[in-house]
Design a protein around this ligand. Structure first.
Ligand SMILES: O=C[C@H](O)[C@H](O)COP(=O)(O)O
Ligand SMILES: C=C(OP(=O)(O)O)C(=O)O
Length: 484
């Protein structure tokens, strides 16, 4: 099969915006070719713009050395996979698919292990099956993995016992241990995270091809939440009905075998916050025969709440690549900001290009979301709206533990559905910080505040565990079914 691939033998890069002559027989790597399609843009034009989360590397030469090494390495994903995701998102924008995005808050190289990855795929797959039954439409699965190694932080430094050190910005930048050595931003980490992303992806791909046969019997999943006495009888009954329908559907698909069998080949896409632009731009390449650039570290990078300034480095970088992109929108964004972001990031109204990820907080959805929905609808802009009910609902317990309450998470989803219903727009997906492991980081769904210290493993924000994530998918399926 012939593919148009944005790969090639690396040419020697002579400066930021030039490509050295290739050797005889060598295909030029077009990484630093400026784009004629996107005015004034090149993969490194972001360097001239302000970056509120800029990493303070102390050795710029070492940064350039690592970047050159990553440029020379093969891309992690291909441009045709990216295009496929864009077409699926375009479908979701028309209401024909639902998008499920989820994974760790901060992925770590330490957790690049078979069991951890399998558990994550397992929960995403289970959730997607429940959502298919609820919404009666296919689900696009996008993991926060194989690259979710960089974290924006509220404060550049952290103080413990009178000692001040740089904050932990994710394994891509520095280490979590509270020592000057670990917290020093180290460019070599970009190479290590590239390698761990490649290992993760390799495992995800082989796993996807094999299918997950043991998921065919939802009766064997841990669905103890659906029996909980504190749930109203109607909720329990609706959860049990979902399980029965799911079991019937899976057995039916199994009997049909091969073609169209959701369990025989499972598609996952990757995503992460496009935060460390040295890393992102090192893997950004031009498709050989088209004036299109792709960030090939991931299928779908997203723009974070802290880095979405219109004149900032991150918007500059993302405006020139052709990947679908997520844009986080928190309670301080204005309708005008959203339209400007859309004008800058999708001036040609490309279908499937933009996923707007709202994360207002359960108490702010009602006053902040409707004006955004209205203005985008009135402007006739084509976007996929999805809800991240995690980032606006972070609280700190009296003993200083960062957590999130299951009830607030679900309330944000319900309110977001209500706002879309009132405006005549539609909610086309959800975005979660979750893990397939049995952690105790969020309260509710069987975890009490006093349980938080038992298995609190995240290095940044609290994630849903397997049972909590599954319960949420049942709640969403219930809501979806009610609006069919
Ligand atoms: O995941 C989101 C952010 O990186 C995270 O909420 C920042 O946490 P902080 O406020 O502790 O820096
Ligand atoms: C940092 C994140 O979110 P936000 O930008 O919405 O705070 C995140 O999703 O990891």
């Amino acid at each position: 099969m012939m593919h148009e691939i944005a790969m090639g033998t690396p040419a020697r890069i002579s400066s930021d915006n030039e490509v050295a002559e290739p050797l005889p027989g060598e295909r030029p790597l077009a990484r630093t070719r400026p784009s004629s399609r996107v005015g004034g843009w090149s993969p490194t034009s972001w360097k001239a713009k302000p970056d509120p989360q800029a990493i303070r590397y102390d050795d710029p030469v070492a940064v350039e050395r690592v970047v050159a090494r990553i440029e020379a390495l093969p891309p992690l994903v291909s441009s045709w996979e990216v295009e496929r995701l864009r077409s699926l998102i375009a479908d979701a924008q028309l209401g024909r698919r639902f998008l499920l995005q989820g994974g760790d808050c901060a992925e770590t190289t330490r957790d690049c292990r078979a069991d951890t990855i399998v558990n994550k795929l397992d929960i995403l797959l289970k959730m997607s099956l429940v959502l298919i039954v609820g919404g009666r439409k296919p689900v696009v699965r996008v993991g926060r993995f194989a690259g979710q190694y960089a974290k924006p932080r509220s404060r550049p430094t952290e103080v413990r016992g009178g000692v001040e050190l740089p904050s932990y910005f994710g394994d891509l930048v520095n280490g979590p241990e509270f020592t000057p050595e670990a917290r020093r931003p180290d460019p070599e980490r970009m190479l290590s995270c590239y390698q761990h992303s490649a290992m993760t992806l390799n495992f995800v791909r082989s796993f996807s091809a094999g299918g997950l046969s043991d998921l065919k019997h939802p009766e064997c999943w841990d669905l103890s939440f659906s029996e909980r006495e504190d749930l109203p009888l109607s909720v329990r009954e609706s959860f049990q009905a979902t399980t029965r329908q799911l079991g019937d559907a899976l057995r039916c698909m199994d009997a049909l075998g091969g073609a169209g069998n959701e369990l025989s080949r499972i598609e996952f896409f990757t995503s992460h916050e496009g935060l460390n632009l040295h890393y992102e731009s090192a893997q950004t390449r031009a498709a050989p025969s088209r004036d299109e650039h792709y960030d090939l570290t991931t299928h779908m990078p997203w723009l974070g709440e802290r880095t979405r300034a219109l004149d900032g480095a991150h918007v500059e970088f993302l405006r020139g690549i052709s990947n679908p992109i997520g844009i986080k929108l928190g309670p301080t964004v204005s309708p005008v900001d959203v339209l400007r972001l859309l004008d800058t990031l999708n001036p040609r109204e490309i279908p499937g290009r933009i996923v707007l990820i709202t994360r207002m907080g359960a108490d702010r959805v009602e006053d902040t979301l409707p004006p955004l929905l209205e203005v985008v609808k009135r402007a006739g802009r084509r976007v996929l709206w999805i809800c991240d009910p995690m980032h606006g609902n972070t609280i700190t317990t009296s003993s200083g533990i960062k957590t999130r309450e299951f009830g607030s998470i679900m309330r944000e989803i319900e309110q977001t559905y209500d706002a879309h219903d009132a405006c005549g727009t539609h909610l086309g997906g959800v975005h979660f910080e979750l893990t397939g492991d049995d952690v105790t980081e969020c309260i509710g769904g069987g975890v009490r505040e006093e349980d938080l210290t038992r298995a609190y493993e995240t290095l940044c924000d609290p994630r849903l565990n397997q049972a909590q994530a599954l319960e949420l998918s049942y709640c969403i399926a219930r809501r979806m079914r009610a609006s069919l």
